[in-house]
Design a protein around this ligand. Structure first.
Ligand SMILES: *Cc1c(COP(=O)(O)O)cnc(C)c1O
Length: 400
């Protein structure tokens, strides 16, 4: 008789498989705040891959707001939003966010993932169609999976292909009840911007709803960092759901959607992630409101972010690096195959720069890259140091 196998043997087996392929996540530990000059795994390095675009995660106004809210409102909210977990701090944050966005109303979720996973499956269901950019974020993909709608994808950032998919959908029998077009605003692997100005009229011509996930566009694109809808000066009649996060440029954590008052009432009555999961702690809600204060009152952070982005991109392109389609502070430095990207990241770390490799299967086999994200808190000297490190590592590895 063979020894009985444990029902959890697969856990170690599957992890070993990932480790053997060097595809497992090795966690790097940050000692202290997420700032450009930081300590990771005990080493002093420049942080070049956080989503903290504007340096707000360590901004004194956000920290003070969080501390003050703990003193006045406690550590937790005590409930889910619809029962007893809606505090004045949540209502104030939603009011301020809607004003910042120029939308009729906003709703705050615990995370951006919870917003996509909670709202998308309510907007569409059986008999409906979701049309998605092929490179959309995993939280959109999971939100779509939770719906019982049919799915179609269009080629990445190609409005002509979206028009083709929507025209084909029109010939579908029986005709779809509702159609939802959904896209990232800024794509996180390449740093390119969705052509929302061309997508919106196509969706409208086919009577489809339009949903944009602006997680990487907020605090970055548009006047004062108001996001992709403001960037393209699009009418809110064309963009029905503007979804975003407080975990990136806003420097805290939390998700949100903005749009009409009807959208927000629908979302809070229907989204299971919102109805059934505890609301943001007071410190989080207050720090997010403080982030909006800073964006409205200190426009220099967004300006600085773009100044550094132009300098960094210009210097790397001058030295012969391939930055792909980057049009934002997400700057992928494309190096070739996965092994080379891992060596490059390791060498950069030795040279004092922290930026992780993005490899197959997240991107094509020959398009492995070091994905960098610019940060407004970098000094001129630190940026020069980063450019020098890339140049040296790139030359040593024969990339430039
Ligand atoms: C980061 C990200 C999310 C998830 O946001 P969280 O608030 O961190 O959960 C959703 N969509 C996109 C495009 C993202 O980049």
């Amino acid at each position: 008789m063979t020894a009985p196998r444990s029902p959890t043997d697969f856990l170690a087996a599957e992890v070993h498989e990932l480790e053997a392929a060097d595809l497992d996540w090795k966690l790097r530990v940050l000692a202290g705040p997420s700032v450009p000059a930081c300590t990771i795994d005990g080493r002093s390095v420049l942080m070049l891959c956080s989503n903290n675009y504007l340096g707000l995660s360590n901004h004194p106004k956000l920290k003070e707001a969080a501390i003050a809210a703990v003193r006045t409102h406690g550590a937790g909210s005590g409930s889910v939003r619809p029962i007893a977990g809606t505090m004045d701090l949540h209502v104030e944050l939603e009011r301020r966010l809607a004003r910042f966005k120029g939308a009729a109303a906003s709703l705050v979720y615990q995370t951006g993932f919870a917003a996509n996973a909670g709202l998308i499956p309510q907007l569409v269901g059986e008999g409906d169609l979701v049309v998605s950019d092929e490179l959309n974020h995993g939280s959109i993909i999971d939100g779509v999976r939770l719906s019982r709608a049919e799915r179609a994808v269009y080629r990445h950032a190609q409005p002509e292909d979206l028009a083709r998919v929507l025209s084909e959908a029109e010939r579908h029998v029986p005709s779809y009840r509702r159609i939802l077009v959904v896209t990232d605003g800024v794509f996180s692997m390449d740093g390119d911007i969705a052509p929302l100005d061309r997508i919106a009229p196509i969706a409208a011509a086919h009577g489809a709803m339009l949903y944009v996930d602006d997680a990487h566009g907020e605090g970055v694109l548009g006047p004062g960092g108001r996001g992709i809808v403001a960037h393209f000066r699009l009418s809110r009649d064309l963009v029905h759901v503007e979804m975003g996060t407080f975990s990136k440029a806003f420097g805290v954590v939390g998700g949100h959607v903005s749009g009409s008052a009807e959208l927000v009432r629908f979302a809070w009555n229907k989204s299971r992630t919102w109805l059934l999961s505890g609301s943001a702690p007071p410190a989080v809600a207050a720090a997010c409101t403080a982030a909006i204060d800073v964006l409205e009152g200190e426009p220099q952070h967004v300006e600085r972010l773009w100044t550094l982005t132009r300098r960094f991109q210009g210097a790397l392109r001058d030295r012969g690096f391939d930055l792909g389609a980057s049009a934002t502070p997400i700057v992928p430095v494309i190096v070739g195959d996965s092994a080379k990207a891992k060596r490059m990241s390791q060498r950069l770390f030795e040279l004092g720069v922290f930026a992780l490799p993005i490899v197959y299967p997240m991107v094509a086999r020959d398009r492995a890259r070091i994905r960098t994200i610019m940060n407004a808190a970098l000094s001129d000297e630190q940026l020069t140091q980063a450019i020098d490190a890339f140049t040296q590592a790139g030359r040593e590895l024969g990339i430039v």
